[in-house]
Design a protein around this ligand. Structure first.
Ligand code: UD1
Ligand code: UDP
Length: 371
């Protein structure tokens, strides 16, 4: 049974690597890895940590790439790879343009697609943009759907997708088991040099397309205000390599001695940094799922979320991107110890770290007698 895993960005890689590792334990499965490299450096960091053997690499990344260029380059690049490898199934992950374009390329070759992290929805076409439509379209193409939670399964059912839907948990929780270590020492030099001196660490990330421009400026203003009001807060912001993120963040936050702007750190450094944080402010999807596993409250810098189960469980608060609202929510958590503790102790809804096993079992069951 030949399974191709195709992905191209940092979060897809972090969530696909534990699954690939698991598949390699089964002699009846041949795994082929194809990177689109929609991301380059940020993807390579993950490939290095998980010591992943790569079979194909499309190298599509361009500075200031457009959704159109990514889609077209992946469609053209995947065709010869699929023709050569002829996999029994192609696994894609999540909602990036890589996920959708690879699924479409596989469909054109009449190769079944398995969708890992299926069924997340906001029901707002433009939020997050273009991810909501990417995952909808990928879901339409896919034959097998690996839904992290029961809520995700219900979302798929609502779209009349009932067959081959498996509730598995999220593979990101599997990843944490290999990256988080006690007495961990950071590898990143800049991270290593930051002295917190007993101060509380507020970790920040923001990169979403719909937050670029004004919303990101508001987020930066909120961060400045929080550091001004609370002298014992120190901020670390590993900045996405997108120049459009940096052109806003660097001039606004770069001169404050208690705000540390650093390059993206590798996933081991990141997970261990998260574990040592007091609070996390982010518009990232993956971080909303990981942080609760460490008991760290997350303030989501978005107006909607496809991770409603985290809001319901009380592990994240949806703040939006307005300065006043962000500052108000952070202040409440700083002042109200009980509220902080309640968030910190809430149970993570994303699984038990065995999602990869469940996905492999479902694949074996699906292909029984077929290949
Ligand atoms: C992409 C995904 C988004 C995901 C995010 C994870 C789409 C449309 N968006 O958004 O869903 O949340 O990845 O981070 O699929 N760049 C580099 N080096 C890198 C990575 C990016 O220089 O390793 C720069 C390039 O200039 C690139 C730009 O960042 O053009 C934007 O990258 P792109 O993949 O288009 O968008 P993201 O915001 O990263
Ligand atoms: N991450 C990382 N290094 C960083 C910032 C984030 O390894 O400097 C990890 C983070 O822990 C999570 C993933 O990257 O696992 C989230 O990726 P991102 O925020 O880029 O994408 P999203 O999840 O929003 O699609």
């Amino acid at each position: 049974m030949k399974i191709m895993c195709a992905f191209g960005t940092r979060p897809e890689a972090i969530k696909m690597c534990p699954l690939i590792k698991k598949m390699k334990e089964y002699p009846q499965i041949e795994t082929v890895v194809c990177l689109t490299s929609q991301h380059e450096e940020m993807l390579q960091q993950v490939v290095d940590i998980f010591q992943l053997r790569v079979d194909h690499n499309l190298h599509v990344m361009k500075p200031l790439q457009t959704l159109t260029s990514i889609t077209v380059d992946i469609l053209c690049g995947m065709k010869p790879v699929l023709e050569q490898e002829k996999p029994d199934i192609v696994l894609v992950h999540g909602d990036t343009t890589t996920s959708f374009a690879v699924a479409l390329a596989a469909f054109y070759e009449q190769i079944p697609v398995g969708h890992v992290e299926a069924g997340l929805r906001t029901y707002d076409k433009y939020a997050p943009y273009p991810e909501e439509m990417n995952r909808n379209l990928t879901g339409r193409i896919a034959e097998l759907h690996f839904a992290p939670t029961e809520l995700n399964r219900k979302n798929l059912n609502r779209e009349n997708i009932f067959d081959h839907v498996y509730v598995t948990g999220n593979t990101v929780i599997d990843a944490l088991q290999t990256t988080v270590k006690p007495n961990y020492h950071y590898k990143d030099r800049k991270l290593m040099s930051i002295q917190l001196d007993g101060k509380r660490l507020m970790l920040v990330t923001a990169h979403r397309r719909e937050n670029l421009g004004r919303p990101l400026k508001d987020i930066c203003e909120a961060i400045l205000e929080i550091t001004k009001k609370y002298m014992d807060i120190e901020v670390i912001y590993p900045m996405h390599l997108n120049p459009r993120v940096r052109e806003t963040v660097e001039p606004m936050l770069g001169r404050n001695p208690r705000i540390h702007l650093i390059d993206p750190v590798d996933v081991e450094d990141m997970h261990n940094l998260m574990a040592r944080s007091y609070l996390i402010l982010t518009d990232s999807g993956g971080i909303q799922e990981e942080a609760p596993a460490f008991g760290i409250p997350v303030i989501v810098l978005r107006n909607e979320t496809e991770r409603q189960e985290a809001v319901d469980a009380g592990t994240v608060i949806l703040a939006g991107t307005e300065k006043r609202k962000i500052v108000q929510i952070v202040e409440e958590l700083i002042r109200d110890r009980d509220k902080y503790q309640a968030m910190s102790r809430a149970v993570n809804p994303y699984g038990d770290g065995h999602a990869s096993e469940r996905i492999v079992s479902a694949l074996l069951e699906y292909f029984k007698g077929k290949v």
